[in-house]
Design a protein. Sequence first.
Length: 291
Amino acid sequence: MKKAHQPVLLQEVLKIFEGVELRVFFEGTVGAGGHAQAILGAHPEIERYCACDRDPKALSLARKVLEPWKDKIEWIHGAYGDVKRHLKTLTIRGIDGFLVDIGVSSMQLDERERGFSFLGDAPLDMRMDPEANLTAERIVNEYPEKELARIFFEYGEERRSRKVASAIVEARRKRRIRTTEDLVRIVKPVATRGRLHPATLVFQALRIVVNDELKQLEEGLKSAIALTRPRGRIAAISFHSLEDRIVKNVFRDAKKEVAILTKKPVGPNLQEMRINPRSRSAKLRAVERLE
């Protein structure tokens, strides 16, 4: 891991959990441990901190960062969408706080060999959990053209999804598409052009499908609401409209169980955006469990 991860919306996250007695906390994407470090420091009453992540490299780094609190931490290598199963394994019946920072992390983007970024060249992988079976290479080489078009349109909101899918199918007839550079070369001439790199939306769509991100998000939030004790709080940081829509809808649909704490999503201030440009699209939403 090449760069120290900067936790997004850190002060805003701390404010959400301010004044709440957190005995048991579950973080669904502990990453490098930045949010965990701050939350554990602000809440000495925490007895068990469930640090969950699909990425074993992230967990390894977080172990070092969170060494001062090692006796409180339950390490979980897995998807946060399975929060109910994870807590059952730990014989934990309820939680007081839940946080998830959705999507790919700066660390994963900076690790070129994992194939999350279209900058540079790397194998078409995109797995957050290297033990998972599905890769981006398998999708672009084996999925039918119609399915590829659907994926790019639905998960990338790529307006030229059919042209992109057609170009990929045409290219793979000649030889297998193996690297990020191969895919960028195919996508660039036909994808939507604008302020974003032409491959941005295609890479986003592939990453979401490889890691089943939107299903994990919906299931994780619904389970978190059911598991959180009265007056406990649930927070989610999203980075694009598909994620934010799911967070908003899950919280809205649970209006009999939760009170909305963020009428509008909370974004980064100018200082944070200057320090960490990747925070620009971050949105924080939070709810409190009703009695």
